[in-house]
Every structure is written in C-alpha cells, then in structure tokens.
Design a protein around this ligand. Structure first.
Ligand code: C2E
Ligand code: MG
Ligand code: MG
Length: 581
C-alpha cells in the first residue's frame, strides 16, 4: 500500500504547534498524510482503541499526561504503533529515557522542519516494521523449535515441558496424569512400499485423528518417526486412560484415503500413570514404552497398562535383540535342509532351507522363537540374505560332488520381499555363486502376496524373468481369493501343515486339501504338501495326485552334512502301488 496516506495521530495541546505541523504535513505533501488531532492523552487512547494509525506524534507536556508515563500508557494501548515524542527542550537525558520507554524517536519542537519531521516519521514506521518482522521470525523460530514441522504437533522438547507441568499440577491437585506411548503398526511397510510422500500424508492424518480423540487440555506430541505421545491431565483412575486408549485405537484403525490409496493402519499403545508407575518423566516414558512393546507382542492393535512384570520381559527382549544383531556377524546361524519328495518316483527333488540359531548360551533356537523379533527389528533382511547365499553355496558344493538338479527353496520374509533391490540382490547372489537360477526357489507366504497385489505381481514377474522358481508358502492360512492366484506367476503351491494334519480323517481338512490340489493343477501349478507325518497322509495325497510331500514322515530338517549324505545315498520314499489310482 505504498501510495496510501500515512495515518498520523497528533496528541498535542499547543494549538500553535498543531497548526504548524498540519501545515507541514498537509501543505505541500498533500495526499501523503492523514492527520487526526486530539488534545489529551485520554482522548488519544480512546482514538487508538477505535482506529488504527501508522504513527503517533506525542507531546510530552499534556494537561493529563505525565512525561514518560504517558509514553508507556499510549504504548500499552497500541503496542505495535510507533510513537514519536515531541518536547520543548533539547535534553539528551530525556531523549534517551523516552527511547527506553518505547518511543521510536524524539523531536525538539523548535527544531522541527519539514524534512526532519518527514524523515522521522518514515524511519519510525520502517524501524517499527523491522522490529515487528524480527519478533515474528523469533516467534516462528520458537514455534519451530518446539513443534514438529510435518504434523504441527508439539515435538519431543515441548512434550517434555508439558509433561513436567502436568506432573507438577498433579502434585498440587492430587489427581493422576497418564502418559500414552503410541506406535503405529506396519507403518514402515507403507512407507517402504508406497513411498515417503504417502507415509507423510498418513502421519498427518493420524495426527489429526489423535487431536480429535482427546480433550483440549491434553497434549499430543510427535515423539519421532511413527511414535506419538499423549499426556492426559487430571484423570481419576486408570480406567479413564484405558477409555481414551480404546477410543484412539478405534479412530486410528478407520480406513485412510490418501491419494488413490485406501490405507489401513493400527496402533499399539503403552500406558504409564503418574505417580504410581514413576515419579519423573524419564521413568514414565520408559515404562509407557515397555508397555507399548508388550502391546506389540500381544498381536498389535491393542493397549497395555504398564506393570512391574513387564520390566523383566523387556530386558530379556533387549538382550535377545542385541545378540540377534550379532548372530549373523558371529556366524551363529545354521542352515538346515528338509527334503521334498516326488510322490510319483519317491525321489528327492528339492529341499527347503530352514534357519536355526546356534546361540552360545541358549543352544539351538528354532526360527519361530526369533524370526518375529528379527522381522520387527529389521535383522531379518540380513538373515534372509545370509540364507540365500548359504543355500547357493550349498547348491554349488553339491554340484561339485555330482549331486545335480536339487532345487533349494529359501523363505523370504515380507520385509525382504518388499525391498526395492530384491531382484538385484538375488541376481548378485546367483552370479557370485555361479548357480543356475532354476536351482533356486523363493518361498513367499500367502499373506505377503495379498498385501499389495499390483506391486506383488511386478516383483514376482521380475523374479520369474530371472528364471528362479517361485512358491507360495503356507497356502490356505491367509485370505487369498483364489482368483488372484491366476495373476501371480508362481510355480508351486505349498498346502499348509494345518490342513495336511487332518487328512484323511478330518472331513474339512480333507475337502480343503482336495480343493487346493485340484485348483492348483487346473492352473498348472505344482503342489507340495507340508508337514506330512503319517503313511495315511502320504497315501491320500498320492491318490489326489499331489506332486510332492515334505514332512517328518520322510525326514526332519537336517544339517548340511547329514542332508548331503542322504542325497548321496539316494534315499527314496517307499511307495505302495496300491495307493495309485
Ligand atoms: P515354513 O516355511 O512353513 O517351514 C516349514 C516348517 O514346518 C519348518 O519349521 C519345518 O521344520 C516344519 N515341518 C516340516 N515338516 C513337518 C512335520 O512333518 N511336522 C511338523 N510339525 N512340522 C514340520 P521351522 O524350521 O521351525 O520353521 C518355521 C518357519 O520359520 C518356517 O515355516 C518359515 O516361515 C520360517 N523360516 C525358517 N527359516 C527361515 C528363513 O531363513 N527366513 C525366513 N524369512 N523365514 C524362515
Ligand atoms: Mg517355507
Ligand atoms: Mg510353510
């Protein structure tokens, strides 16, 4: 608004000066200024209550004013309007006091001429504008230092402050404060598969939903990544905190529409309560965090209230987590191999590589005891890669011993499957070990492939193009719509142990296994039945023309040396002819 006139309020009781200043401002410089005039301080204050002006010219000697106090009074009323003080005397002391009291400039009436006045007004306004800007950027800086840029929620620092205040308030009132530690389940997967842009939008939506789930007085902060903390003030008992946690879980789990995606996420919440669970911030956070891990361990999408017994479990977990990280480095992983047998010839056609952990203190740890933790912590990526390399080295060393054409299956975790460079990793491992791709089979589980059909098809096609075998593990345990199967370029379907278990006596298991075999064959897929333990199961599977079996009936998983012996000995499955149909 450069051309708009500058609005000036003159507070002056000396009419001679009023005339003089009007003449300066409204005479030659007509149009540049708009001058209003009042005689008393109180009138001036009333005026600026109603109308905004750009600058105030304030006489220091007014009938109802008292020197420097007048400046303060006017400034209180219009803190962002610059004030230029007019006095009778040229007094340096007074000038500096006026400036300290908040005036922008100081003019001695007898020395005022057009150029001094105009310059003073423009400088006062400009200086004031710069100060305002500075204040604003300071305010912004303060805000940024205490808020998360993405969600605009308080950050970790402000959360600490607020929690500290809440504890002090609790102490005074005798009421409780609850701390909720929330971590999103499966957020990393969304971030990894759909990209950070979508991940960020999801976090923003989550933050919005959290805000509407608690009272205004409560604090929600972004603690980091996909972790949020919530301070509930002045609650009566743990039930109140649980109620809020339930509400949050429900609100979070509703579908999110982000760009073209419909996304689902859940949360795990840990709760600690002041003063019962801890007297200070660090303790309360630590305990809420421990409780949150427990909630994850309980299958996610739930909340847990901290209790003492969790501590021991937590440190156990930490120790395990640390030693698991070292397991790969220290060469503590061992590959076992379980044979897969052709039901027509009785010969071993392939093996499945299954990992074990030779723990220095715990002994041989089965995968079910450490794979979930490895998945949660990301160590699974190293484990799976180690397994692919080890399996390929094994294939090569068998080839050298004249054992050829054994297909070795390696399990891939969801995390590994969703790695952007999976195909490159597989290609590199095959190249380094000089193994033919058709000797390697990658097993992925049904749940995995159902997570994001489009990208799954792309990944599978890329792997298929390389020439490796692909098999769908644990089939029947997920929620696959069978029609999807057609879209996946897989070679083998593995019927889960759960169904094989009940055949042929359990009618449901038998019906399901039969349907899976028939369906797989209609799609030209090979079927391997897992977990075959009994001769009756073998017989029935044979009658179904199931292609292969894997299970304790023929052999348990064996260490490298033992399986090599078995392959060399050409051990076969005895097949009774009468079972053929
Ligand atoms: P899976 O891939 O379904 O492997 C088959 C599991 O069934 C193996 O358990 C095997 O020992 C067991 N099994 C085989 N035959 C029988 C039988 O006749 N009766 C019974 N009761 N069980 C039988 P294991 O070795 O304990 O592995 C469990 C799971 O751990 C595997 O299930 C797989 O999902 C996972 N796993 C194993 N090794 C790896 C690996 O290197 N990477 C990844 N990502 N997962 C692995
Ligand atoms: Mg498997
Ligand atoms: Mg399986």
């Amino acid at each position: 608004m450069l051309n708009e006139p500058i609005k000036i309020l003159l507070v002056e009781d000396d009419l001679f000066y009023e005339d003089y200043l009007s003449e300066i401002l409204l005479g030659e410089a007509k149009g540049s200024y708009e001058l209003s005039h009042v005689v008393r301080v109180q009138e001036g204050i009333k005026y600026i209550e109603k109308d905004k002006v750009d600058v105030i010219l304030l006489d220091m000697n007014l009938p109802d004013g008292n020197g420097l106090d007048t400046i303060c009074e006017v400034q209180r009323q219009a803190p962002s309007t610059p004030i230029i003080v007019l006095t009778e005397y040229d007094d340096n002391e007074l000038a500096s006091q006026a400036l300290q009291s908040g005036a922008q400039d100081y003019l001695v009436k007898d020395h005022i001429d057009r150029s001094t006045l105009e310059r003073s007004i423009r400088y006062a306004i400009e200086r004031n504008r710069l100060i305002e800007q500075l204040e604003q950027s300071k305010r912004l800086e303060r805000h940024l230092a205490y808020h998360d840029a993405l969600t605009k929620l308080p950050n970790r620092h402000l959360f600490h402050d607020r929690l500290q205040q809440a504890l002090a308030q609790s102490q005074r009132s005798g009421k409780l404060t609850a701390l909720l530690f929330l971590d999103l389940d499966g957020f990393k997967r969304i971030n990894d598969t759909l990209g950070h842009g979508i991940g960020d939008k999801l976090l923003k939506s989550v933050a919005k939903r959290l805000k509407i789930s608690v009272r205004q007085v409560d604090t929600i902060a972004r603690f980091g990544g996909d972790e949020f903390t919530i301070v509930l003030l002045e609650i009566n008992d743990a039930q109140d905190a649980k109620k809020v946690a339930r509400k949050i879980l429900k609100v979070i789990s509703r579908p999110y529409k982000i760009d073209d995606h419909e996304l689902f996420v859940t949360a795990s919440i840990g709760i600690s309560i002041y003063p019962g669970d801890g007297a200070d911030i660090e303790n309360l956070i630590r305990k809420a965090d421990i409780a949150m891990y427990r909630a994850k361990g309980q299958g996610k999408d739930n909340y847990q209230l901290y209790n003492l017994s969790m501590d021991a479990k937590f440190s156990e977990r930490l120790t395990l987590e640390n030693s698991l990280r070292k397991a790969v480095e220290n060469n503590e992983l061992v590959a076992y191999y379980q044979p897969q047998v052709d039901l027509r010839t009785g010969r071993i056609t392939g093996v499945e590589a299954l990992v074990r952990w030779q723990h220095p203190k715990l002994g041989l740890v089965p995968p079910d005891n450490f794979i979930p933790l490895a998945e949660e912590t990301g160590v699974i990526l190293e484990i799976d890669e180690w397994m692919m390399k080890t399996a390929c080295q094994q294939i090569k060393s068998w080839e050298k011993e004249g054992i050829a054409n054994i297909r070795v299956a390696v399990n891939l975790s969801t995390r590994q499957f969703r790695q952007k460079n999976l195909t490159e990793t597989v290609a590199q491992i095959l190249k380094d070990s000089a193994v033919q791709p058709e000797n390697l089979c990658l097993e992925i589980t049904e749940n995995e492939v159902m997570q994001n059909i489009e990208t799954t098809v792309e990944i599978l096609q890329a792997l298929k193009k390389m020439g490796v075998f692909l098999s769908l593990d644990d089939f029947g345990t997920g929620y696959s719509s069978l029609s999807y199967l057609k879209r996946f370029p897989i070679d083998i379907l593995k019927v889960d142990r759960a169904f094989v278990n009940g055949i042929p006596s359990d009618r449901d298991d038998t019906a399901i296994s039969t349907a899976i075999v028939v369906l797989a064959h209609s799609m030209e897929l090979k079927v391997i039945a897992e977990g075959v333990e009994e001769s009756e199961q073998v017989a029935f599977l044979q009658s179904l023309q199931c292609d292969e079996i894997q299970g304790f009936y023929f052999s348990r998983p064996l260490e490298g040396e033992k399986i090599t012996e078995m392959l060399k000995s050409k051990k076969q499955l005895f097949l009774a002819d009468s079972f053929h149909k």
